[in-house]
Design a protein around this ligand. Structure first.
Ligand code: ATP
Length: 216
């Protein structure tokens, strides 16, 4: 590992911290709705069931300092967390495979609130190509390379049938996609430097069934 890579690794926020930060954000938003102006680590701890010391450690990665006795300014906490998590940056994405799952993601306006704008989708089914869902146009897969030239898109969402998951991933990467959000249960391979986030519902089911069996 060279010097640059070592520094990069050291600056990386641990994944468990990154997964907890959105919980603090949701909690802070709820408190703002309730009219709170300040929140302490102890209060967040009670609401999220995470140790106050862990919360303080997690928040040390973001540029915010609490005030003695009163805690963090709620508005500032929300702003800083949204910024840090990239929720304010407006990442653009393309989606491949407008089946039931892909269609549902196109219909979910919540993604936009978390900084992800799906600007277009691709499919090969003639009944779907040329239509829109939630205002998002569905194009033929063949026109992907051309559309990449028109939009500054670096995220690809993968909701195609499992048999073509790798082929479509290769196509996305060759076209310039830098991060793949993979909803298929297939372990896609990508070149070094391309980000993959696996979110297979079925994989999570396996964990839940296993824990449920252990609890019964
Ligand atoms: P459907 O609504 O067609 O019944 P489904 O929910 O059963 O779909 P899948 O069979 O997993 O889901 O297919 C997901 C989508 O992927 C479908 O809309 C299909 O047309 C689309 N698809 C298949 N091949 C490609 C491809 N090469 N590029 C993009 N999309 C594709």
């Amino acid at each position: 590992m060279n010097q640059t890579n070592v520094l990069k690794e050291q600056n990386q926020v641990p994944e468990p911290t990154l997964r907890r930060l959105p919980w603090y954000l949701s909690n802070a938003k709820l408190l703002r709705q309730q009219g709170a102006q300040y929140v302490s680590s102890t209060q967040i701890s009670k609401a999220t069931n995470i140790e106050a010391s862990q919360i303080a450690k997690d928040l040390s990665y973001v540029a915010i300092t609490g005030r003695t006795r009163v805690g963090y300014d709620v508005g500032e906490l929300i702003h800083v967390l949204e910024d840090f998590l990239g929720f304010t940056q407006g990442h653009k994405a393309f989606l491949f495979g407008v089946g039931s799952l892909g269609g549902a993601l196109l219909g979910d306006s919540g993604l936009l609130h978390f900084g992800m704008e799906i600007v277009g989708a691709f499919d090969i089914n003639p009944a779907k190509v040329g239509t829109t869902i939630n205002g998002i146009p569905i194009f033929h897969t063949n026109s992907f390379e051309e559309r990449m030239r028109d939009h500054a898109v670096n995220i690809g969402i993968l909701t195609v049938p499992i048999e073509i998951a790798q082929t479509i991933t290769d196509k996305m990467v060759a076209g310039g996609i830098k991060a793949v959000w993979n909803f298929t249960p297939f372990r896609i391979r990508v070149p070094y430097g391309i980000v993959v986030q696996n979110t297979s519902l079925y994989a999570h089911l396996a964990v839940m069934f296993n824990r449920l069996n252990a609890a019964l």
